[in-house]
Design a binder for this molecule. Structure first.
Ligand code: AMP
Ligand code: MG
Length: 354
């Protein structure tokens, strides 16, 4: 199969892709968070193709995308009281709600759970595609599982060439990190994955919100959301997440890049460094970067929006430069910084505190 990138501004492109969805196929679709790999959420056969195409573990459930809050009735059996205020405030947008599912949702979507994760995206192309297809669309990120999520049509093309017929090009993803996943089946809403809607924004609306710990660790031993237990978002080169005040992490990275990396005590990284101790790269805040070809910047230290928008593309760029180890600065875990830090920590092989 030859994969083609289609211009989403042309109506015919959306029609072609809707036909593929209707006939049980897969499409690369733009959303405001990251590009998705979409299929008819009501067809078990179509959804199974998502797992094989991405190499995704079958116990990691998918998000179902709808075109309007009124469409959730098809997939959700009990609508909790907070649904209305949350959807009025944050939909369309990067908030995914976990609720009790109906029998219309195949077990492959929910990974056998009795709940389903639902979101109404904001991207007009995704909304048009759902409407034209006439079914909700299940979609995880359109990358090979474990690698950085795609935020450009070209990323999807690079990862899934030959495996899907079309990628709808709707431009670069505005937000750049995935949605916030919130379980609203209990008395208090619980954030299972930080994302485009922040903890602070949710607290403003709901008063009380629990954060499922540990979101800020690369070692998630007791996942409530099945996807949390896997290493995610990782470039090919192992990542060392450098946690601490920005001046300190920058200084640490500078010393290690200039003098050769001595920080790891981890077999995967030691082996890589033994192969070539000089091929160390860094992901840094604009304001702390220094003139070195091995440094890729992903936004100012205080600009969490820019960091989110640039993170995955930066990790992919570092991969294409063929480095052995990547040292990464980690933002303060506030606002959108919580989601950015979570992605870097989950991508990391080692966390270094400075
Ligand atoms: P992705 O498709 O990679 O954006 O991942 C979707 C995220 O939503 C993963 O972390 C899943 O574990 C989580 N998720 C999806 N459905 C459910 C569910 N029913 N209960 C809890 N978490 C879910
Ligand atoms: Mg993903």
């Amino acid at each position: 199969m030859e994969t083609k990138i289609l211009d989403a501004n042309i109506e015919k492109s959306i029609e072609l892709c809707a036909d593929v969805i209707k006939s049980g196929g897969l499409i690369g679709v733009p959303t405001e968070t990251v590009y998705g790999l979409g299929a008819n959420a009501l067809s078990s056969d179509a959804v199974m193709k998502i797992f094989t195409t991405k190499g995704r573990q079958p116990d990691n459930p998918l998000i179902v995308h709808v075109a309007s809050p009124s469409d959730v009735g098809l997939v959700v059996r009990e609508i909790p009281a907070v649904f209305e205020i949350l959807t009025k405030t944050f939909w369309p947008g990067p908030l995914t709600l976990v609720m009790k599912k109906t029998d219309a949702v195949p077990d492959s979507v929910s990974a056998g759970l009795d709940t389903v994760a639902v979101r109404m995206p904001e991207h007009p192309v995704m909304l048009r595609l759902i409407e034209k297809s006439g079914v909700p669309i299940a979609a995880p990120s359109a990358n090979i599982s474990g690698s950085p999520s795609p935020t450009k049509a070209q990323h999807v093309f690079n990862d899934l060439f030959g495996k899907i017929p079309y990628v709808l090009d709707g431009g670069d993803c505005r937000i750049g990190v995935e949605s916030t996943v919130v379980d609203i089946t209990g008395d208090v809403a619980q954030i299972l994955r930080p994302g485009g809607v922040t903890y602070e924004e949710l607290v403003k609306v709901l008063g009380a919100v629990e954060v499922f710990a540990p979101l800020n660790s690369s070692d998630v031993t007791a996942p409530r959301s099945p996807g949390m237990k896997y290493r995610h978002y990782s470039p090919k080169a192992p990542v060392i997440a450098v946690v601490g005040p920005a001046e300190k992490s920058a200084e640490f990275i500078r010393t290690n890049i200039v003098g050769g990396c001595k920080c790891a005590n981890h077999s995967e990284i030691d082996t890589r460094l033994a192969e070539n101790p000089k091929k160390i790269a860094a992901l840094m805040f604009d304001d702390y970067s220094f003139d070195n070809p091995a440094v890729v910047c992903f936004g100012a230290c205080s600009d969490h929006k820019a960091q989110a928008a640039n993170l995955f593309d930066s990790l992919r760029r570092l991969d294409s430069l063929d480095y052995n180890v990547i040292l990464a600065q980690v933002p303060e875990q506030k606002g959108l910084g919580l989601a950015v830090a979570n992605r870097i920590l989950k991508a990391a092989t080692v966390v270094e505190n400075v």
